[in-house]
Design a protein around this ligand. Structure first.
Ligand code: IPD
Ligand code: CA
Ligand code: CA
Length: 279
């Protein structure tokens, strides 16, 4: 990793920024004034999402004005537009990838499971990932090659070896074209695992896989900002992240499978057998 002398480290800026944004979001819980829909009636945005992104952008650009920035609220809604936006910047030298509130529906309803997700990629490879859950004051941090931490403790994925011993999570994407695949996956997997959760923040689900609280997570139809920071957290905690066909994770992946590694092949083959890979 390249550090410029005399400047704050990338990770320090990511942590500070996520903490500030998260604190501000929490102060606005139950107190937003504008609620709009974007691509579909399930795709919500408030002025708090936009304000959080502005705050994050301002803080990051203060330290690294020459870096590129990809934030959910700066991109046209919808799967095609977001795929194009990712493609246009994914090989930039330094790229910050931001979800200013992951779990906006939860934020709107006062369900305390939402997060700020901040990742930094160097030529397409994630080198820093930070996810902050302000409701629990939990900060998840990973640096490429240096491990991942929560509350200052090194994280390790869960030890379970079999799908039948697993607690999984998934989500319901606002793009309803992807929903059918997710439902097929749930139908096939529920009888085969201990249980499945869908708590409404893909970023936090990934952080929970890293922390060993979940054995695996999959979702069809996500965006780069939902996955980027969480993918590094899982990898640096000893887990595995691929697309639903088993290809290695890249910023272009939208159909994601993350696990403790042990159950990965079983999970991939169940999704494939159920025609639930989104491909
Ligand atoms: C959503 C959340 C949710 C997932 C959706 C995402 P947003 O992000 O991560 O858990 O199921 O697919 O779009 O819109 O709250 O940032
Ligand atoms: Ca999101
Ligand atoms: Ca969001």
């Amino acid at each position: 990793m390249v550090y410029t002398p005399g400047r704050k480290s990338f990770t320090a800026v990511a942590i500070n920024t996520a903490a500030k944004a998260g604190e501000w979001i929490l102060s606005k819980l139950g107190n937003y004034s504008s609620l709009k829909t974007k691509y579909s009636p399930h795709d919500l945005v408030t002025e708090v999402d936009q304000g959080s992104e502005k705050l994050i952008r301002r803080l990051i650009q203060t330290h690294f004005p020459e870096h590129s920035f990809l934030g959910e609220e700066g991109v046209e809604p919808g799967p095609e537009a977001s795929a194009k936006a990712v493609e246009s910047v994914m090989n930039d030298e330094y790229l910050w990838i931001i979800d200013p509130i992951d779990g906006t529906t939860n934020f709107v309803h006062g369900f305390p499971f939402f997060s700020v997700s901040i990742a930094l990629a160097y030529r397409g490879e994630i080198i820093v990932g930070v996810i902050y859950d302000p409701s629990r004051d939990e900060l998840f941090v990973a640096e490429k090659g240096k491990g991942a931490y929560v509350r200052g403790r090194r994280m390790q994925v869960a030890p379970q070896q079999k799908l039948s011993e697993s607690l999984l999570a998934t989500g319901f994407p606002p793009n309803r074209d992807a929903l059918g695949s997710n439902i097929k996956g749930i139908q096939a997997l529920v009888p085969k695992v201990r249980n499945i959760r869908s708590a409404g923040s893909a970023a936090l689900h990934l952080a929970y896989v890293a922390a060993g609280r979940l054995n695996g997570f999959w979702e069809i139809g996500l965006n780069a900002w939902d996955i980027a920071a969480g993918a590094l957290l899982v990898q640096e905690s000893g887990g595995l992240v691929t697309d639903t066909a088993g290809n290695p994770y890249t910023l272009a992946v939208r159909n994601v499978v993350a696990s403790n590694g042990h159950i990965h092949d079983e999970l991939l083959s169940e999704l494939s057998a159920a025609n639930a890979t989104g491909q």
